[in-house]
Design a protein around this ligand. Structure first.
Ligand code: SF4
Ligand code: SF4
Length: 303
C-alpha cells in the first residue's frame, strides 16, 4: 500500500470526525432539555431501594413526581423521617408529620388453632391454595405457604407454625407482602409508636361459624367496641380506627384487649425492652445430649 493511499484514508477519517463532531455539537444545543437540578438532588436523597413502596415505579420516578407533579415528600417508607426531612429541604417545603407504615397480618391462628383443615396436595403456594376451597375451615386465615416471604426483599416476614409473622426490626414498609397476599389479610398501618395494638383476625363470619373453624378468631361480640372508642365492629369483625389511636385513648384500648374473650387485640412491632428482659429470663430447656445407639447387637461374632 502506497503512502498516498494511507494519507488519503487518514485525511478522509479526520474530515468525517470533524463533520460528525460539529453535527453532534449542534444537535446537543438544539435538542437540549433543561433538567431541574432538584430532581438529581432528590434522587441523591432517596435510598435507591426502588421498592415501589411510594407508589411509583422506582426512586427516579418518585423524584420526578416530587419536583414536576408536586407529589408529597413523605411517601418513602424505606428512607423514613430523615429522608422526608431531606426531601422537604430540597423542595423548600414543610415536612408534614408522617409515621412509618408497616404491615399488619390480620390472622393469629397457628396451625393447631385451625379446625376443619383438609389435606392439600397442590402447589405449596398461597395463590393456588387460595383457589381451592376448604384448605382450612376458615376461608379468611393465613394459608402459611409463604408467598409474602418470597415477595419480601428484606427478609422481614417469615412463616412460623403456619402463620406469617413480620420482623419489624428489618421491615422497611415497602408493602410488597401486602400486595402479593391472595387473601388480602395484610394491611399497611401507620406505626405511631414502635409497638401497635392491632386486630389479629380477618374473619367476617358470625361468631358460631368462627368458633367452628378457629380457636382464636374474632367472634364480633362487640366487647371491644363497648369498652373503647378506638374499635368498631363491622360485619362481625373488629377494626381499629388509627386516627383515634392516641396515647390517651390507648388506656381504654388496653382495657378492651383484656376484655376480648378471644385475645385477638394484640401488640405487634419492635419488642420492648421489657419483652426482651422477660425472654432473657425464660428458662431454656436443657441441651439434648447425643445418645447414639447402634442397631447391631454387641454379641461377639465368632466365625
Ligand atoms: S415485610 Fe418485607 S415485603 Fe412486607 S412491608 Fe416489610 S419489607 Fe416490605
Ligand atoms: S372483643 Fe374480641 S372477639 Fe369481641 S369483637 Fe372485639 S376483637 Fe372480636
Amino acid at each position: 500500500m502506497s503512502w498516498v493511499i494511507i494519507g488519503l484514508a487518514a485525511t478522509t477519517m479526520l474530515a468525517m470526525a470533524l463533520v460528525l463532531s460539529f453535527v453532534l455539537g449542534w444537535a446537543n444545543r438544539a435538542f437540549h432539555v433543561e433538567v431541574d437540578p432538584r430532581v438529581d438532588a432528590s434522587i441523591d436523597v432517596l435510598p435507591g431501594a426502588n421498592c415501589g413502596g411510594c407508589g411509583y415505579v422506582g426512586c427516579g420516578e418518585y423524584a420526578e413526581a416530587i419536583v414536576l407533579d408536586d407529589a408529597p415528600v413523605n411517601l418513602c417508607t424505606v428512607g423514613g423521617k430523615s429522608c422526608t426531612e431531606a426531601l422537604a429541604a430540597v423542595m423548600g417545603v414543610e415536612a408534614a408529620v408522617s409515621y412509618p407504615w408497616r404491615p399488619v397480618v390480620h390472622c393469629g391462628a397457628r396451625t393447631g388453632d385451625r379446625l376443619g383443615r383438609s389435606p392439600y396436595i397442590g402447589e405449596q403456594r398461597c395463590g393456588p391454595a387460595n383457589l381451592v376451597t376448604d384448605v382450612q375451615g376458615c376461608t379468611y386465615g393465613c394459608l402459611g405457604f409463604g408467598d409474602c416471604t418470597r415477595a419480601c426483599d428484606f427478609d422481614a416476614i417469615h412463616i412460623d407454625d403456619g402463620l406469617a409473622r413480620v420482623d419489624y426490626s428489618t421491615c422497611v414498609g415497602c408493602g410488597a407482602c401486602a400486595k402479593v397476599c391472595p387473601r388480602n389479610i395484610i394491611t399497611m398501618a401507620p406505626f405511631k409508636s414502635d409497638r401497635m395494638l392491632v386486630v389479629q383476625c380477618s374473619n367476617h363470619d358470625a361468631g358460631k361459624d368462627v368458633k367452628a373453624v378457629c380457636k382464636v378468631g374474632c367472634m364480633g361480640c362487640r366487647a371491644c367496641e363497648r369498652t373503647s372508642g378506638m374499635f368498631t365492629v363491622q360485619n362481625n369483625l373488629s377494626t381499629i380506627d388509627y386516627d383515634s389511636y392516641t396515647h390517651e385513648n390507648l388506656e381504654s384500648g388496653l382495657l378492651a384487649a383484656k376484655k376480648c374473650p378471644r385475645n385477638r387485640l394484640v401488640f405487634v412491632g419492635i419488642p420492648s425492652e421489657k419483652d426482651i428482659l422477660v425472654a432473657a429470663k425464660e428458662e431454656l430447656p436443657d441441651l439434648i445430649k447425643p445418645d447414639f445407639k447402634t442397631t447391631v447387637d454387641d454379641t461377639e461374632w465368632r466365625g
